[in-house]
Design a binder for this molecule. Structure first.
Ligand code: MIC
Ligand code: SF4
Length: 639
């Protein structure tokens, strides 16, 4: 990684370890962000660690996910988060101020700095040249206390963009194209840097669309250089003083270089049920559409929604289509209101939603049964939209509007010449919905739905487990613990939310796990891809899952498993075949193996055979696992 942007930033932030590929390092985190659906746990953990104030340069608590207040839970969480921010010294972005990643890009993100967020799309800020990563809440809580963030030094890929995007082709198509080529596993263990002449045609929000969906590639993070385009964006946000130039050295060394000629791209769609199932729009043209949803942290900048408004001006949406729009931030919304774009949207028949994640995480706007929904979002996992048999396609705002007008999938060129939307010379600046940090000790109000974290026991010496669930490749955290309007409000109540573990795949999972605990799960490749939600580790642990065997693990979920004392054991194809659902396994001297070995013998009781699993952990991870999880481990250390 010599001479890359990543090397420069990591070197400047290095606290522990050596910057060598595959080695564990600890880096300083300058900024953190949390959102409400993961944030309540983060602050409960912060309290459990016994820390009083944040020790970062800037920490922001956003409320954007749990916005549908169908009962008191979400409102109680918002109050809890506001009190925590006040007491611990964080900025608090009030409900209604917008989606965390969009607001952070506008108001806080700084090139060359590090950001850790309890949300997998935190790399959105890579669009401005920030080294931004998603992490489990506990890791974010720890870095808020000033502790380093530990990561394995990734390899660095350069995506070299040449040429210029043709009409009707957008930044979203760049990342969809890459997803189609590299797949949802393509970024595992990697940082993706963007460079080349082609980046000059991309504004900061467009770059952020690309880095946002680097999360879908499984990458640690994605990052653009900070250049004159970055500078003018920051100037328009009245934050020019925070700008620095950031570019790789001429002789920078990359592990891999991917050349991408933008002239050759066309509009794409990611088809059900994976963001890497990508096809050109032309191949799906004519398919009837029931719903179009525009917004999310991927595509809800001023430029995106203004373009949508321009395209809808003087037109009506198709009578069979429901068009919903969730604008990314209050800044964008105010600007759309002032320049008249909002009335174009309303006149065309769009349903304007709250400024929040909304339909992206199944918080309302579930499509009809067997419905077809086109979304400018980043994830289309089965059932995530709230309708298990609906088909969700991911696309650019251009493709989305064309479908909303025509009632079917069409190439947007059908709309004529693409209008040009310029970046504003200055954005509307009004931070009144961001409450500044106070650091004043107050009584933190905790609604009855907010339950403290349970205590977890250390890892036993010997363990016998039943494999109660065997799964295939690319299991998502939405599969493990779904989102949606019914489950999300339970995020602060572990006993209640645990009942929904694997509910879309095996509805009786929670009961079986409780009865048979301790138990194990078997997964294929890339187990736990997707979100950062630590509930997907915490809830299984609460139910009695102590080991997950898988062929490979997604980075974020693997850390969450370790943080909550579930041992992620790597297995090969052969062992995967042997570990059938219902078998019992026994691991003798588990503690000894975890403390000093790279593999562990596993007795498969019914088959009377011994197989091997791999234990690939850093020294620190081994200690955490032995303590039964990070809270136990760090409580001791921080004493
Ligand atoms: C998501 O897009 O899946 C979420 C909801 O934003 C998650 C966080 C969560 O589950 O709260 C993420 O991406 O990390
Ligand atoms: Fe919110 Fe969707 Fe972005 Fe997650 S991916 S932060 S749910 S808008």
């Amino acid at each position: 990684m010599k001479g890359t942007i990543s090397e420069k930033i990591l070197r400047e932030h290095l606290i522990e370890g050596r910057l060598e590929k595959g080695k564990e390092i600890g880096i300083k985190i300058d900024q953190t962000l949390t959102q409400d659906a993961t944030g309540t746990l983060v602050y409960l953990e912060f309290m459990a660690l016994g820390i009083e104030h944040v020790r970062t340069e800037i920490s922001v608590s956003y409320v954007d996910h749990n916005m549908l207040q169908t009962g008191p839970e979400n409102a109680n969480d918002h109050i809890f988060l506001k009190d925590c921010a006040s007491s611990f010294g964080l900025y608090f972005s009030r409900p209604g101020n917008g989606i965390c990643h969009q607001v952070h890009l506008e108001r806080f993100a700084v090139p060359g700095k590090t950001l850790l967020g309890s949300d997998s799309h935190t790399p959105t800020a890579g669009g401005i040249g920030m080294f931004a990563m998603g992490a489990g809440g506990l890791d974010v809580a720890l870095t808020m206390s000033g502790a380093p963030f530990y990561m394995t030094v990734p390899s660095v890929i350069l995506v070299q963009l040449t040429g210029k995007l043709p009409q009707w082709v957008s930044a979203k198509d760049i990342i969809l194209y890459l997803l189609g080529k590299l797949t949802v596993k393509g970024g595992l263990g990697k940082i993706i840097e963007y460079g080349g002449e082609g980046i000059k045609g991309l504004t900061v929000p467009e770059r952020a669309t690309i880095t946002n969906m680097g999360a879908e590639l499984g990458a640690w993070t994605s990052i653009f250089p900070s250049d004159e385009i970055t500078k003018s964006f920051m100037k328009a946000q009245k934050r020019e003083k925070d700008w620095i130039e950031l570019a790789p050295e001429k002789e920078a060394e990359y592990d891999e270089i991917i050349e991408l000629n933008l002239n050759l791209l066309e509009p794409y769609l990611a088809c059900p049920f994976s963001p890497d199932n990508v096809k050109p729009v032309s191949q799906l043209a004519g398919k009837k559409v029931d719903q179009v949803a525009i917004g999310s942290c991927t595509n809800s900048s001023y430029k995106d929604i203004k373009l949508v408004a321009e395209l809808l001006k003087g037109k009506k949406i198709h009578p069979d289509v429901s068009l919903v729009i969730s604008v990314g931030s209050r800044q964008v919304f105010q600007m759309l209101a002032k320049d008249g774009s909002l009335s174009s949207l309303i006149e065309a028949g769009a349903r304007i939603l709250e400024l929040s994640c909304g339909p992206c995480i199944g918080m309302g706007q579930a499509p009809p049964s067997k419905g077809v929904s086109l979304r400018t979002f980043n994830r289309n996992f089965k059932g995530r939209c709230g309708t298990s048999d609906a088909e969700v396609y991911l696309c650019s705002p251009q493709v989305a509007v064309a479908a909303a007008i025509e009632g079917k999938i069409v190439h947007p060129q059908i709309l004529g010449k693409e209008p040009k939307v310029e970046m504003p010379a200055s954005f509307e600046i009004d931070d009144s919905a961001i409450l500044p940090p106070k650091r004043k000790k107050i009584r933190i109000r905790m609604g009855p739905n907010i339950k403290p974290l349970p205590e977890f026991d250390p890892l036993p010496d010997e363990i016998e487990l039943e494999v109660i669930l065997k799964l295939g490749d690319n299991i998502t955290t939405d599969d493990i613990l779904p989102g949606g309007a019914k489950v999300l409000p339970l995020r602060s109540n572990l006993p209640a939310i645990s009942d929904f573990t694997f509910s879309l795949i095996k509805p009786d999972f929670a009961n079986i796990a409780k009865q048979k605990a301790p138990v194990a799960i078997v997964g294929g490749e890339n187990y736990g891809q997707g979100s950062s939600r630590e509930h997907a580790a915490l809830a299984p642990r609460y139910l009695g899952v102590r080991v997950v065997f898988a062929k490979s693990f997604a980075r974020l979920h693997r850390s969450n498993l370790i943080n909550f004392g579930i041992v992620p054991i790597l297995i090969d194809e052969q062992v995967y075949d042997i570990l059938a659902q219902g078998v019992h396994v026994k691991i003798k001297e588990l503690r000894k193996a975890i403390s000093e070995k790279e593999n562990v013998p596993i007795d498969v009781i019914e088959k009377g055979i011994k197989v091997k699993g791999e234990l690939l952990f850093s020294e620190r991870e081994r200690k955490i696992l032995l303590s039964g999880g990070s809270i136990n481990y760090y409580k001791e250390i921080l004493k």
